[in-house]
Design a protein around this ligand. Structure first.
Ligand code: RTP
Ligand code: MG
Length: 155
């Protein structure tokens, strides 16, 4: 079918350095909500890698702090697959500001493990196009067109 809403999508989910202690809780939520984990990886990012990953924010005042935060320890990255994966994962993580999330989205992942507008413990791709870029950032050889990931290719 060409109907995007019934096609499986892949998205990039990341547990940021401040969230690593919540990995089991996040993975339980991932499974409960029907995502398949196609790939996972624990990696220590360096400053240059974070600058590329978050390059859309390079002119923002918070960018230096974001680079420090994201290099403060290892991150845990997952490629998640399901129908509507991109927006469903964004809904599950909640708003960027974890302090607000605790009030407006108390069941969200950021409400569970985030602290404030910067240290919000998880990432999610914000569009199918971002998902494709971000998956290929970590898993260079497995991404195909349209945000789909082949289950047959190996890293
Ligand atoms: P993410 O990309 O990490 O999933 O977060 P997001 O879409 O909800 O928010 P975005 O605007 O893309 O911001 C990326 C990350 O930069 C940090 N940030 N700090 N101090 C601040 O005002 C501020 N604003 C953003 C957060 O870690 C945010 O997730
Ligand atoms: Mg973002």
């Amino acid at each position: 079918s060409d109907d995007a809403s019934t096609e499986k999508e892949s998205t990039l989910a990341m547990i940021k350095p401040d969230g690593l202690n919540y990995t089991d809780d996040v993975k339980r939520i991932v499974n409960d909500f029907g995502f398949s984990i196609l790939r996972e990886l624990t990696v220590q990012l360096d400053e240059d890698e974070v600058k590329v990953f978050y390059s859309e924010h390079s002119k923002r005042s918070f960018f230096p702090n974001l680079v420090k935060y994201m290099t403060s320890g290892p991150v845990f990255v997952m490629v998640l697959e399901k129908v509507n994966a991109v927006s469903d994962w964004r809904d599950l993580i909640g708003p960027t500001d974890a302090r607000k999330a605790k009030i407006t989205h108390p069941h969200s992942i950021r409400a569970m493990c985030g602290l404030d507008s910067e240290r919000n413990c998880v990432h999610g791709s914000d569009s199918l196009q971002s998902a494709t870029r971000e998956i290929s950032f970590f898993f260079r050889r497995i991404v195909s067109t349209e945000g789909r990931v082949s289950k047959h290719d190996e890293l």
